[in-house]
Design a binder for this molecule. Sequence first.
Ligand code: BTN
Length: 339
Amino acid sequence: MAQAKKKTTSNPAAHHPVTLLRQQLGEGEGQWVSGETLSQSLRMSRTAVWKHVCALRTAGYRIDSSPRKGYLLREIPDLLLPQELQEGLQTALIGQGDIRFFPRTDSTNRQAKALAAAGAPEGTVVIAEEQSAGRGRRGRAWFSPPRTGIYMSLILRPDIPPQEAPRFALLAAAAVAAAVRETTSLEVMIKWPNDILAGGRKMGGILTEASMEMDRVEYLVIGVGLNVNLNRREFPPELQSIATSIREETGRPAGRILLTKRLLESLESTYHEYRREGFAPILKRWQDFTEMLGREVAVEVRGRMLTGEVAAFDADGALVLRTPGGEELRLFFGDVHFV
Ligand code: BTN
């Protein structure tokens, strides 16, 4: 799935002493590492080593210390910290530069758009443990409680005309569905355009936002929300019958760090595929995840309910709805209900 293995070089955070210390402790693989060894290999005083160990503990790492033996990394926190995500991340672009981490923010899409507008490069990722104003499609809210989901936004700068931008909603859905299937073995499905479903309930969603220049896309922000370790009763009452999480479907909690890495890798390989081969192979894979062709649906578009049969998905990812009168409507957005 990955395009290329690359060690982090462009990210200043990768050279931060705390990140380097974390790496060294991790290389100890359950063994004690002496303060002297750390001090020499990181070229810092033993007092500085101690100071950075304290910083890691504050971030949630469990590190034992002993005056004779040194330091032992016992446990890493289940937090989507940049240094954990970048460890062994098999991408060349996405997540190799800046991963902006927020314990809590309003919306990672809003943060990513601000960064993109200020010139942040392609591949920049924004991740939050909690969102206070998570945004869904069509002006809805996205329920984003702390430490149980994945809330992340990715900046891309594809060299494409504005009319190709809607394809990225489907591209992202195909990438996310593939990563979730591969990591959890769940039979996830996609509902047009980019709802991620399992057992008929919504497990994840994607909000793609674009900034356009005259005839090109300036940047895209792809926001991915995934319910990972929530219990059904933790959803607000109005979501309990329609939402689900990976934990609900598999019966056990899932590692969010691994899952986030697989998402980043899958998004990158699908993006490279688009640049190499165009949209057709991705659309085909996306369709294999939908099983919507030929089904009777009602599509809610701007408060109107349009009913008919799903006749096709066209080359731009529009849903072609054949009405009972035989007319074919191309829909670029809307909410699908199965009849
Ligand atoms: C949907 O309505 O299906 C789309 C939901 C998208 C939610 C994600 S969570 C991370 C990113 N930041 C946001 O504010 N929204 C997206």
